[in-house]
Design a protein around this ligand. Structure first.
Ligand SMILES: [Zn+2]
Length: 382
């Protein structure tokens, strides 16, 4: 298969030859045709589900899991970490076990799922930092539990979000890092010393910095400054245009630089659902016309995002003026570096995981034309 498109880094037209699922050749060509961009498939560290399916639902099945995963090709996402949030041990074990079985059943799913993200249950109990995580399932750090869940996942847990003030956090962080699980700080009300201790123990990321926080905070010190000003922490941010105002996104970007930001959509299990009110675990959530996913009955408190990583790329460019190539790095190479996995790259010899798209800067969106996963067309036609 041959593809003609504009290289997302240089904007020059190129012809890419795909053979045996890999990129065999990339050569510059001369053409007057209007071509879409080509870039490596996106990689998101934090996706909770899709179309009414949550990866942390105790009723998750292999069929539902595969359906939710496959839906991401239409957004140019070829790699992701299914994310399981605070829940009972039984629900988490079932979720990880179903993800393992899904990956064992379908090779494409195994390639898409570079790892899993366990967000919680060792987080803050306080309203605000805890976000939409259920209070009754928040608990103290438990390495034994992590090991049992890791076994259920088939060694797929590669990222754990915890609060540094959770009892036993420094020891758990050391154990995780020694066993290939990266640690992210999130859903926390930690003080300066607790954040420093977590970083000293091996934490390298902040989960959706600026969200999952108190509505009102002491001016300084506080846990946002403590993480923003810590050079050893990369910051993941939900740049969906809803979770953070532009001035905050710009401040985080200027503080951390293009290598220090990870873009995530943190898509809710309700992403992709039509507007309406939905019941989940006894709580009511609402998908608004704007695709905003909120706790039902109001519009301020968000419950994850209703859009995907492609929107975050366009929003990041709009809000910060960063280049397309730099925004792309924040949704491919940067998350892969933190979690020590191999994502898609537009490099000869690498798997042909590619996305073809137009960038509409006025509408702040990417128009995904086609997604190719391991050399096969997974979405669209071009
Ligand atoms: Zn969260």
């Amino acid at each position: 298969m041959k593809i003609q498109a504009r290289d997302f880094r240089t904007q020059f037209p190129v012809e890419i030859t795909i053979q045996d699922g890999k990129i065999a050749e990339i050569k510059e060509i001369e053409t007057a045709d209007a071509l879409p961009f080509v870039a490596p498939g996106l990689f998101d560290l934090q996706i909770n589900g899709y179309g009414g399916t949550w990866f942390s639902d105790e009723n998750l099945t292999v069929d539902k899991c595969l359906e939710a995963l496959q839906a991401h090709y239409q957004y140019g996402i070829t790699h992701l970490f299914p994310t399981l949030i605070t829940n009972s041990y039984e629900a988490l074990e079932n979720g990880f076990s179903i993800i393992r079985q899904s990956c064992e059943q379908e090779d494409w799913a195994n390639k898409m799922v570079l790892g899993c993200h366990l967000e919680g249950p060792y987080i803050a109990t306080e309203d605000g930092p805890r976000g939409a995580h259920p209070l009754e399932q928040v608990r103290a750090c438990d390495w034994d539990e992590v090991q049992r869940l890791q076994k259920a996942s088939g060694d797929r847990i590669r990222l754990l979000t915890l609060a540094p003030e959770s009892p036993g956090a420094p020891e758990l962080i050391q154990n995780c890092v020694a066993n290939g699980i990266a640690i992210s700080i999130g859903h926390t009300a930690a003080n300066t010393e607790q954040i420093e201790a977590a970083v000293a123990a091996g934490a390298t990321l902040s989960t959706h910095l600026g969200n999952g926080a108190h509505g009102t905070l002491r001016r300084h010190p506080n846990y946002i400054w403590d993480q923003l000003g810590e050079p050893k922490l990369t910051a993941s941010i939900i740049a969906d245009g809803q979770h953070l105002p532009a001035s905050v996104v710009r401040s985080f970007y200027f503080a951390k630089g293009k290598d220090g930001i990870v873009l995530t959509c943190d898509a809710s299990g309700l992403a992709g659902c039509p507007p309406g009110v939905y019941d989940y675990h006894g709580a009511k959530f609402e998908v608004l016309e704007s695709k905003r996913v909120v706790i039902a009955g109001q519009s301020q408190f968000l419950a994850g995002s209703g859009v995907q990583t492609d929107v975050c790329i366009a929003t990041m460019i709009e809000m910060t003026g960063c280049s397309l190539a730099d925004a792309w790095k924040m949704a491919t190479i940067n998350p892969a570096r933190i979690t020590n996995v191999h994502c898609a790259e537009l490099v000869v010899g690498h798997p042909a995981d590619l996305v073809l798209f137009d960038h509409d800067s006025e509408k702040v969106k990417l128009d995904i034309k086609q997604t190719i996963a391991a050399g096969e067309v997974a979405f669209g036609s071009f």
